[in-house]
Structures are given as C-alpha cells and as structure tokens.
Design a protein around this ligand. Sequence first.
Ligand code: NAG
Ligand code: NAG
Length: 303
Amino acid sequence: MWLFCSLISCFLTGGVAVLPAPQNLTVLSTNMKHLLMWNPVAQPMETVFYSVEYQGEFESLYMSHVWIPSSQCSPTSGLACDITDDVIATVPYNFRVRATLGSRTSAWSTLEHPFNRNSTVLTAPRMEVTEHGLHLVIKLEDLGPQFEFRVVYWRREPGTMEHIKVVKNGDIPVHLETMEPGAVYCVKAQALVKLIGRHSAFSQTQCVEMPEESLPLALALFAFVGFLLILMVVLLSIWKTGQLLRYSCCPAVVLPDTLKITSSSQELITCSKEDVDACAVAVLASEHLFGVWISDWRKGLMD
Ligand SMILES: *[C@@H]1O[C@H](CO)[C@@H](O)[C@H](O)[C@H]1NC(C)=O
Ligand SMILES: *[C@@H]1O[C@H](CO)[C@@H](O)[C@H](O)[C@H]1NC(C)=O
C-alpha cells in the first residue's frame, strides 16, 4: 500500500514521467571537422535541451566512470554538436547524449561504435590556378592548420616531367614556376593530414595557357624610353642655346684687356649694343619658358 502510494505521488510530481533518450547518434566527419548528430526528442510546445559528454581512449580503458562534458554542447538546444575541439588525439572516442526538459532528464544514449578521427572524409581541395605575367600561381582552399597540400604541376607537352611542391597553408597564393611564353601548364593538388596519415584524392586538373611574347608591353616600354630620349635631347639643346647666347652676347665677367676681342672681324657673333640687351631678354625669356613648360609637364603627370 505504501509502495503504491509513493509510486502515485512520484508519478504526480513528474519524476517518473520518463523523457525518451535521443536516438540514432551518428558522427559526420569531413576534413577533420567532426559533428555529432541525433534525432530530436519530440515534446510539443517545449524546448528540449541536450547534453553531450565524451570519453577518450584513456578514460574508456582506465576510468570508465569518468565522462567529460563537451566544450561546445553542455547543454545545447540544437540537434548537432561540433565535437572537433574535444577530439584531440587519433584514438577511439565514446560519445553520449541525453535530453533534459525542466527537471526531467532522459537516459543517456551512446554512440554505437567509438569514433576515431582517422575515419574523417577528406575531399579533394578546391584550388585557383592563375598566371600573373609569366608566373604560375596557385591558391588553395583554407582547411585549417592540420592540412598540407601536395601540388603536382607540369608543362603540357610530350616527355615533360611532373614537378611536386608541398604547400603548407591554404588561402595564400603560392608561386609555382616562371613559365615560358605560349606554353600550357597543368596543375592538380591533394590534401594531406599527417596527424592521421591520410590524404585526399587529387583535385581535377586545371590548365592555363601562357600568352605569347608580351609584345604590347615591350612596345609600350620601347616607346616610353624613346620619348624620354627625345625629351632629353630637346631639353639639352634648349639649355645649350641659352648658354651660347649668354656667353657670346652677354659676357658675365669683365675680361682683362689682353683677352678682349677688339677686332670685329674676329668676333664669332657680332653683338651690337641693342643685340646684347635683346639677348639678355631672350636668355631670360627662354629660361622662363623652360620653367613654365616643366611645371606644366609635372601637372600633366600628376593628373
Ligand atoms: C540517423 O541520422 C542520419 C544522419 O543524421 C540520418 O541520415 C538517418 O536518416 C537517421 N536515421 C533514422 C532512423 O532516423
Ligand atoms: C584508424 O586507426 C585505427 C587504430 O589505430 C585503425 O585500426 C583503423 O584501421 C584506422 N582507420 C583508418 C581509416 O585509417
């Protein structure tokens, strides 16, 4: 009679109204990212929370009563838990999940087979192959610090050898080779994970064709150098003309009498009084013009 009563009272307070345990625990693991998933415990109009705990190999073997709460899901209202940070060694891990609703708690549901991260699915890495000038450049998908990539590339021509380069990081463009104009180069890559001693399949081969001689660039360079040369010649001749005018018509120093050219027949250029005045103006004017021209040219460059 007492037993019956206590059972009834227990039932009324809700301690016995059993919450079903989550079913169908599975681990989805791709590229070393691990996700534990389970089926929902349906409770209409209520939010059920789930707690996840795990045991590594050491706890399983020597301390089977010790379960460690998962870093991400203690608790969670979702139906999946990112357990990547909990799995820190390549050994079997046990996981268990239970549901909680208010003060009611379900039994634990345990993963059928322990999970080892060496079973992760490795996908062929995404890659971008481009040419910059004559440089063959590859950029690989960023899959995290545990990943390296083996890149195989070759010139598409009979009898050429394959080259292999190991790239440490994804997400950073890496120079593979300086190429010959007009040639076609092909690249494929696979992901390597040393921690678990496995690698993915190779990505699909991508080929890029180098442009023929980069003629337009060479021409542009040639034209620019030519322009600079002509400019220098013009500037030099303007300067030289100015100098000539100044020294022949407008002497800056008073020469000793012995050095003075007295005979008009010996004069290189005949300079009358008016000529000297005029040439002084001309020299000044040419220098002024030159200054204006230079400043215009600078403005033009800056625009
Ligand atoms: C178990 O979970 C997997 C992955 O979430 C799902 O594909 C499968 O349908 C589920 N099985 C049942 C019986 O619910
Ligand atoms: C993972 O490791 C375990 C134990 O070291 C081994 O028995 C199993 O074959 C490995 N699995 C894979 C896919 O490498």
